[in-house]
Design a protein. Structure first.
Length: 312
């Protein structure tokens, strides 16, 4: 038998490292994804820039679902290396910056705040302008579809222009036909929300069930839980209170195990009677008093939680 010395570092293509990290992040394994990227040591500057870019996306997922605040630092590192990215990579970086800035306008101090009230109008206008510019200069139809999706989210959730948003979502869904399940899931999720608001539970169910299936196929564990939350809402509004409660309890249990604090709190609030699809009058946030008795956030402290639908 021959003894073989195994190196502590293996050579793996950057594409594979990035793909593995993003799959981990979308499955709710944010720390493992970040650790994988931090351990990577590409031998060229472009490879290092691409690793830094992927780390931004991992941080965005962690911040959105896990309640952390990691993206800004990762963005700084990626922007320092932006000159080493190709044109597609620079577009991706600008889009990640847009996503971060959108999140900063809608998730304030851990609380979802819909609409333009109390926000800087110039900042909101700049976010929308940048989304439109990204759509126009997207290097391919799928990236244009993602920019279109965010134009819909910005129109819907930052400007409260509900009637104008579905056209953006429909355009994003059309772009997703090129084979992007994540984009299709996002578009169907929000189109279904408008169906639900317009009193069409049949169409809402069709879109939300399809969105749940696509999210699961794409490996989106926290995203699939958030989508199932909408199915729980639909079950309750169509008379299946027992089924809705059972589903919400499982969502809360899974989300808690993952550390997806916003989904866990949303499910807990649903079990206490809140409607996650209907923001309070004037988009005012709900508070910890709306949570079930003895509910405590995973951090062990009281938390202010907006009970409107997670807008993504």
């Amino acid at each position: 038998m021959t003894n073989t010395k195994v190196s502590t570092r293996s050579w793996v293509p950057v594409d594979d490292v990035v793909a593995a990290a993003l799959e981990l992040a979308r499955g709710g394994r944010w720390r493992r994804a970040a650790a994988l990227l931090d351990a990577a040591a590409p031998g060229d500057r472009e490879g290092r820039a691409r690793i830094a870019l992927a780390a931004v996306e991992v941080a965005l997922e962690n911040d959105w679902f896990g309640g952390t605040d990691l993206t800004a630092k990762r963005l700084e590192a990626a922007e320092e290396a932006a000159a080493d990215l190709g044109s597609d990579g620079r577009w991706d970086l600008a889009f990640l910056r847009l996503r971060h800035d959108y999140a900063g306008q809608i998730l304030v101090g851990g609380t979802f705040r819909l609409g333009p009230e109390g926000k800087d109008a110039d900042v909101l206008a700049d976010v929308r302008r940048r989304a439109a510019a990204l759509r126009e200069r997207a290097p391919d139809s799928v990236r244009a579809g993602w920019a279109e999706m965010y134009l819909g989210l910005i129109t819907d959730n930052l400007f409260a222009e509900r009637d104008a948003a579905p056209a953006h979502y429909a355009a994003a869904l059309h772009a997703a036909e090129s084979g992007d399940d994540r984009l299709a899931r996002e578009a169907l999720r929000h189109l279904g929300d408008h169906d639900h608001d317009h009193g069409d539970p049949v169409r809402a169910r069709e879109r939300w069930e399809r969105a749940t299936e696509l999210g699961a196929r794409a490996g989106l564990v926290p995203g699939t839980l958030s989508q199932q939350m909408l199915l729980a809402v639909l079950a309750r509004t169509t008379g299946d209170a027992a089924g809705a409660e059972a589903l919400a309890r499982e969502i809360a249990r899974w989300a808690g195990a993952l550390g997806a604090v916003h989904i866990e709190a949303q499910a807990a609030a649903f079990l206490s009677g809140a409607d996650p699809t209907a923001p309070p009058a004037g988009h005012a946030p709900s508070t910890a008093s709306d949570l079930p008795p003895r509910y405590e956030s995973p951090s062990g402290t009281a938390t202010e939680v907006h009970m409107g639908a997670i807008p993504r």
